[in-house]
Write a protein that binds this ligand. Sequence first.
Ligand SMILES: O=C(NC/C=C/[C@H]1O[C@@H](n2ccc(=O)cc2)[C@H](O)[C@@H]1O)c1cc([N+](=O)[O-])cc(O)c1O
Ligand SMILES: [Mg+2]
Length: 214
Amino acid sequence: TQSTRPQRILGAVQQNATRGDPRSVVRAIDQYCRNQEWAMNVGDEKGCILDSVVSEVNPATVLELGTYCGYSTVRIASLLPPHAKLITLEFNPEFAVIARQVIAWAGLEDKIQLVEGASGDLIPKMKEQFGVETFDLVFLDHWKDRYLPDTKLMEECGLLRKGSVLLADNVICPGTPDYLEFVRSSPRYESQYFKSHLEYTKVEDGLEKSVFLG
Ligand SMILES: O=C(NC/C=C/[C@H]1O[C@@H](n2ccc(=O)cc2)[C@H](O)[C@@H]1O)c1cc([N+](=O)[O-])cc(O)c1O
Ligand SMILES: [Mg+2]
């Protein structure tokens, strides 16, 4: 029977990465997706920008919207201080099955909680069910038409504090025009665009970093 792309990505990790070495997991996925088949990981070029923002924020609590195969999940978690926690939301059960195995291969199960479901349903449950106060960093990389409604929902649910950082992938390609307009025009956010390229291609894309001002 035909394998799926996420299954092939997991295979590349198991064949080429060292158990317990998160950076080797990141490298194995990038090499596979650059040389064998494209996949919608944030990738190494935008990944370096992601690394710098994570290191600068040094977050104790991180929310990732959109796990997919766990590439950015592992990339972020590998940079977190001890006792820091990353919650990642994944809607597709098949992707979740793969991501859990990628996370396990990296040895990061203790830092990462993968929750299955729709962001719109799960965000309102963050405080009561997952014991979260506020998020220091949110990485948005799920359905592009959900970036804006979920940002408003996180505000309404009191999950953002003065200084919380939102980092959004794909603000140019595929694009998130309504989100971009909102964070760039709202007086409650200080936004900055990091120009880059769509993963594994020469097409322009970028990350938008938006600090919530409270
Ligand atoms: O479409 C893109 N991303 C959508 C990602 C969606 C992911 O978020 C999950 N989710 C989790 C929770 C939800 O509530 C909803 C979905 C979905 O189950 C999927 O795992 C995309 C597309 C391109 N591209 O070049 O075409 C490049 C990129 O970097 C991209 O991120
Ligand atoms: Mg993306």
